[in-house]
Design a protein around this ligand. Structure first.
Ligand code: NAD
Length: 257
């Protein structure tokens, strides 16, 4: 299949979890991949694996919370591939899991620096290249917790709420440039982030904790990274050419109640 043939796609946080699945599915569908992450070993190995399948892929070490690093890397992607067409703002962390009155300023700021400022920096520095390409698609990973609340992870939920509305603002700003901006809202997806979150929440029997989280979803189980990656492929492709400012829920029915 060739749903995103020849599009140059940047995926942030591409080494593990959802970003890794997005990179694989986009590559399968013909994209040229720029992988951004901090985990150089896994990111480099993924780029090599994708290249071995015949895809064009390259890894860059980028901390999305550093504007200088983001700008340098996005300009380097454009120079390497000749253009940028798609940005998947996926890198994110869960951060401190305590009630609001126990969160330190540093814990709060760390989550916002990656989950919110990271999206801002990547969008800011991708826009000139997307304009040059006469259009493109920006896909922001928000969460069910960018739409509804939960009594945990205050900095994380605030960050995902911000991403939901940054998406709509940018959709309006750049619609006349034919740059579409949409958010994706996963329910719980089994990735290293959720595994670490369950362990940090004190789970000793991880399988039992996982079954409890499964039951939060009307479909009866957590999602898997590919469930999100196929939504990202759709939003990256021209199949979604009339879709901007939208919220794509992929949550097993979590928010339907
Ligand atoms: P993960 O922890 O499994 O993977 C995140 C990746 O981002 C890792 O490869 C990590 O090295 C990278 N990363 C972290 N900080 C970075 C930084 N500063 N710069 C560059 N890369 C960085 O996470 P995941 O579960 O795959 O989540 C991906 C995105 O999806 C996140 O934005 C997350 O909030 C969102 N999300 C996840 C779930 C879920 O249940 N897994 C649900 C809703 C939303």
């Amino acid at each position: 299949m060739n749903r995103v043939g020849n599009k140059v796609c940047i995926v942030t946080g591409a080494a593990l979890g959802i970003g890794n699945a997005c990179a694989r599915r986009l590559a399968e569908e013909g994209a040229r991949l720029a992988l951004f992450d901090l985990d150089d070993q896994t990111g480099t190995a993924l780029a090599a694996e994708l290249q071995a399948t015949g895809a064009e892929a390259r890894y860059w070490h980028v901390d999305v919370s550093s504007e200088r690093a983001v700008q340098g890397a996005i300009d380097a992607v454009a120079a390497h591939f000749g253009a940028v067409h798609v940005l998947v703002n996926n890198a994110g962390i869960a951060g401190a899991n305590k009630p609001t009155h126990e969160i330190s300023e540093e814990e709060w700021d760390r989550v916002q620096a990656i989950n919110v400022k990271g999206v801002f920096f990547c969008t800011k520095h991708a826009i000139p290249h997307l304009r040059k390409a006469q259009g493109g698609s920006i896909i922001n990973l928000s969460s069910i917790y960018g739409l509804v609340g939960a009594a945990d992870l205050p900095p994380y939920h605030a960050s995902k709420g911000a991403v939901t509305l940054m998406t709509k603002t940018d959709a309006l700003f750049y619609a006349s440039d034919r740059i579409r901006v949409n958010s994706v809202h996963p329910g719980f997806i089994w990735t290293p982030l959720v595994d670490a979150h369950l362990r940090a929440s004190g789970a000793t029997d991880i399988d039992a904790a996982r079954r409890e989280v499964d039951q939060l979803h009307p479909l009866g189980h957590m999602g898997e990274p590919d469930d999100i990656a196929w939504g990202v492929v759709y939003l990256a492709s021209d199949e979604s050419k009339f879709v901007t400012g939208s919220e794509l829920l992929i949550d097993g029915g979590y928010t339907a109640r």
